[in-house]
Design a protein around this ligand. Structure first.
Ligand code: ADP
Length: 393
């Protein structure tokens, strides 16, 4: 049988990230990003193992960018694409797992736009563009929220009047589900534990960050809520604040909802606290040079992360291990060390020399006597490709 290739697409608010994945291959056949879509500077960056190309696609939207990308992907796949897998951020309560895209699924994704106005319109535009360009191409949607549909009601409900949930879907949904699912499976394999009898704390730390409690392969609690703003301090997002902050800013400073939205989503987090950058590498460097804002931002980030992990432990019957993943979790020995330093009450301690060792394989970094602490690279694109192949049979 010829090899099956899947194009994984992640449509953001003005970009499309993509990866062409061949079944059983350990590297991407093609990957890249179409960025600044809709502007005169729109670009399609395409990388394969040997080279990187940068194609100007002025004023291209999702459809035009995909019209350029899909033939390139077909070529790199040796002429045939088996299917397209889309990352969709919000599946509401409708989707508990990945599903094959048909007109009804498209309508249901459209109906969840109100819950994810920044994220779902991009995914929908990508799905519709592929449908239009290649109507017979099989497509699958993989939802960030789906893994968290196993949360018990006491974990997903807000302490708000019932009708807001029943009539308007106001509840906690959780995100980064594909990553938490991926690293918990990889952690279980790494430790020779059956995934269906294992208990994990997981910290996905990238530009957006979240924690998750996973029991027997199922999410039992997570730090993000109705939107990806709840929970940890992130690159530019505040995470949890006193909900009265909105009212306070309106009353005392006369701020509009749009201004507050920008503050909490784009101007806060590591960027807001440091006054310098949302990039952890820049902040680590600045901290080493004595920058007070960077030092504070890192301290708040780690303390809040540790507090969230301790809270997540309430959802576990026991702890088989703590997993760090995402750009920061996989690469920053400093963040792991400061965070685990706040978790001594749960018995966690690091072997600092193992923590400092770099590597792109999953590995254990705990001290003797501590519950496991693991660094596990996430592979969201591969998970989406596997889900796509599974659904397309
Ligand atoms: P996204 O959420 O956009 O997928 P990533 O998972 O790639 O983001 O994570 C990006 C973050 O990872 C940035 O803050 C970046 O600084 C951080 N990061 C990447 N490499 C390192 C490193 N070696 N040390 C510290 N932070 C790192």
């Amino acid at each position: 049988m010829s090899q099956r290739n899947v194009l994984v697409i992640n449509c953001g608010s003005s970009s499309i990230k993509f990866a062409l994945i061949g079944e059983g291959r350990s590297h991407f056949l093609l990957s890249g990003i179409a960025e600044r879509l809709g502007s005169a500077e729109a670009l399609l960056r395409v990388r394969d193992r040997e080279s990187e190309d940068c194609l100007p696609i002025p004023h291209a939207g999702y459809a035009q960018a995909l019209a350029r990308l899909l033939p390139l992907a077909r070529l790199a796949a040796g002429g045939e694409l088996y299917g397209v897998g889309h990352r969709v951020v919000h599946g509401g309560e409708h989707f508990t797992q990945a599903c094959r895209i048909d007109p009804q699924v498209v309508d249901t994704i459209r109906a969840t736009i109100g819950l994810a106005p920044l994220h779902n319109p991009g995914a929908l535009a990508g799905i519709e563009a592929v449908l239009q360009l290649f109507p017979s191409m099989p497509q699958v949607a993989v939802f960030d929220t789906a893994f968290h549909q196993t949360l018990p009601e006491h974990a997903y409900r807000y302490a708000l009047p019932d009708e807001l949930y029943r009539e308007h879907g106001v509840r906690r949904y959780g995100f980064h589900g594909t990553s938490h699912r991926c690293v918990s499976q990889r952690a279980a394999a790494l430790c020779d534990l059956p995934i269906d009898d294992s208990c994990w704390l997981s910290a996905h730390l990238g530009n957006g960050s979240s924690t998750c409690a996973i029991v027997d392969g199922r999410s039992r609690d997570t730090s993000m809520g109705m939107t990806p703003l709840e929970g940890l301090a992130m690159g530019t997002r505040s995470g949890d604040v006193d909900p009265n902050l909105h009212i306070h800013l309106m009353r005392t400073l006369g701020w509009s909802i749009e201004r507050i939205d920008r503050l909490l989503n784009q101007e806060s987090g590591l960027l807001g606290m440091s006054g310098l950058s949302n990039d952890m590498r820049t902040l680590e460097q600045a901290r080493a040079e004595g920058h007070p804002g960077a030092t504070l931002a890192i301290e708040v980030f780690c303390y809040r992360l540790a507090k969230s992990l301790a809270a997540m432990s309430c959802a576990l019957p026991r702890i088989d291990g703590l997993i760090f993943t995402g750009g920061i979790g996989e690469n920053s020995a400093l963040i792991r060390s400061l965070t685990v330093g706040h978790l001594r009450v749960l018995g966690f301690a690091l072997d600092e020399s193992a923590n400092q060792t770099r590597g792109n394989q999953g590995r254990a970094i705990q001290a003797v006597g501590s519950p496991r602490v693991l660094v596990v690279p996430t592979a969201e694109e591969e998970m989406i490709a596997v889900d796509t192949l599974t659904l397309l049979g």
